[in-house]
Design a protein around this ligand. Structure first.
Ligand code: FES
Length: 77
């Protein structure tokens, strides 16, 4: 599945960047350019970073700080 349509970057490619040490959307972009054009994919990249145990998106961090349960992809669908 494509995460970044502007640069044709797939979810697997973003996960590869994360596995290789990317911890922020900027670091993911440095490796594969995802998120460097229109920016509409950055939220998805942030979610993947949080899912892979890197830096969670700001909404997830706020929810954790407030003690709210984390949403899963299944709940969002
Ligand atoms: S969809 Fe990723 S920069 Fe546009």
């Amino acid at each position: 599945m494509y995460v970044c349509v502007c640069h044709g970057v797939t979810e697997d490619r973003v996960r590869q960047e994360i596995a290789e040490g990317a911890k922020t959307p900027r670091q993911v972009a440095k490796g594969c350019k995802a998120g460097t054009d229109c920016g509409s994919c950055v939220r998805r990249i942030q979610a993947l970073l949080g899912h892979e145990g890197a830096r969670p998106c700001p909404t997830a961090r706020l929810a954790a700080r407030l003690g709210l349960p984390a949403h899963t992809a299944a709940e969002a669908a």
